[in-house]
Design a protein around this ligand. Structure first.
Ligand SMILES: Nc1nc2c(ncn2[C@@H]2O[C@H](COP(=O)(O)OP(=O)(O)OP(=O)(O)O)[C@@H](O)[C@H]2O)c(=O)[nH]1
Ligand SMILES: [Mg+2]
Length: 331
């Protein structure tokens, strides 16, 4: 029986065969599996793909040491820490490393020349008691788009596109960045669409840091980027002004649609240092679950303090929480 594979399948298969990075190869194998026509004529091919997927999984889980896997394996994945993983991308020399340097304790290499950063580097920053992971990355240009960077972008919760708006031609460099990512089926978007037509595309929520806006011509550049990308959130930033770095952090927090819930033990003051982080619309039960699975099962009821609530109001497990609510669990 003929396999009757689609042109889309053949194109993806070609990409899969060329790919050397195991993480990316695994992702492509899964994509192939998703689009392969499911009938008798492709059974053998499906079995081969399944075997390839499990082989790649083993290779990745084995950490590559035994098989002498290249260093690139570790570059394409960074374990998420904190409430979210935010990746900084941008054209060469735009100030990505400088931002990560100013925001975290990580010490990336900074240079007054392009292509300084070669490897990703993660650091932690805190905004209003919420820890976030931010990742510095190599630049994206006509000449360079690292494969591992694509994997990192796909895995991140949020993308910050860092653009030097004080240097003429940034609009062209930005277009190159968007186009090159789109070629690889990564779409930067102000909001994730509710329905994605083609499941092979990764839509990533993104905002712009209009960086170096205090430099000469930075104000003109800032206006220009606002006109060019009216749908995106844009935060003007400069390492020379701390306030703009706070705004950058606030932009991250606000883009993630998350809420902070403070816990309180019976008879004690609330703990404002270590909030539970939930997506918007999170319930009392979700908060209990975030603390511990068993806790959620045992939960009888909770008491809530916060805006628009009676002090210590007793609520059910399905009660929807809002940002900065204080919760006291009763089990
Ligand atoms: N005036 C000014 N210069 C800045 C600012 N931020 C970074 N720079 C300078 O811009 C240059 C590039 O900074 P990097 O942080 O290395 O830029 P990058 O985007 O990481 O560069 P690549 O790794 O090569 O892509 C350095 O000389 C920085 O000192 C800023 O806010 N204002
Ligand atoms: Mg850099």
């Amino acid at each position: 029986m003929p396999a009757n594979l689609t042109p889309q399948y053949y194109a993806l298969e070609k990409e899969f065969k060329k790919e050397n990075d195991p993480y990316e190869k695994l992702r492509l194998a899964k994509e192939l599996m998703a689009i392969i026509p499911k009938h008798k004529g492709t059974e053998k091919l499906q079995a081969e793909l399944k075997a390839k997927i499990s082989q790649l999984k083993k290779q990745i889980e084995g950490g590559g040491k035994k098989h002498g896997v290249r260093q690139a394996d570790t570059l394409s994945h960074i374990d998420r820490e904190g409430a979210a993983q935010v990746i900084l991308i941008g054209p060469p020399n735009s100030g990505k490393s400088s931002l990560v340097d100013s925001l975290t304790h990580a010490k990336p290499l900074i240079g007054d020349y392009p292509y300084t950063t070669i490897k990703p580097l993660a650091g932690m920053m805190v905004y209003d008691t919420v820890p976030f992971q931010v990742i510095d990355t190599p630049p994206i240009s006509e000449e360079l788009l690292e494969t591992f960077l694509l994997s990192l972008i796909r895995q991140a919760d949020l993308v910050a596109v860092v653009v030097d708006v004080s240097t003429p031609g940034f609009d062209k460099r930005l277009k190159v960045l968007f186009d090159r990512l789109e070629e690889k089926r990564v779409i930067l978007t102000p909001e994730i669409p509710e329905e994605v037509e083609d499941a092979r595309f990764a839509y990533k929520k993104s905002f712009f840091a209009a960086h170096k806006f205090l430099d000469e011509n930075g104000d003109i550049g800032l206006e220009k980027i606002k006109t060019l990308y009216p749908d995106f959130n844009i935060v003007p930033t400069s390492i020379l002004e701390d306030e703009t770095l706070e705004n950058f952090k606030a932009m991250i927090f606000n883009s993630l649609n998350i809420i902070r819930i403070y816990t309180k033990r019976v008879g004690h003051e609330p703990d404002f240092n270590d909030p539970i982080i939930l997506p918007n619309g999170g319930t009392v039960e979700d908060a209990a679950y975030a603390l511990h699975k068993d806790f959620a099962y045992k939960l009888q009821f909770a008491k809530i303090w916060g805006d628009g609530k009676h002090e210590g109001q007793r609520v059910k497990n399905s009660f929807v929480l809002t940002d900065k609510d204080i919760i006291e669990f009763h089990i």
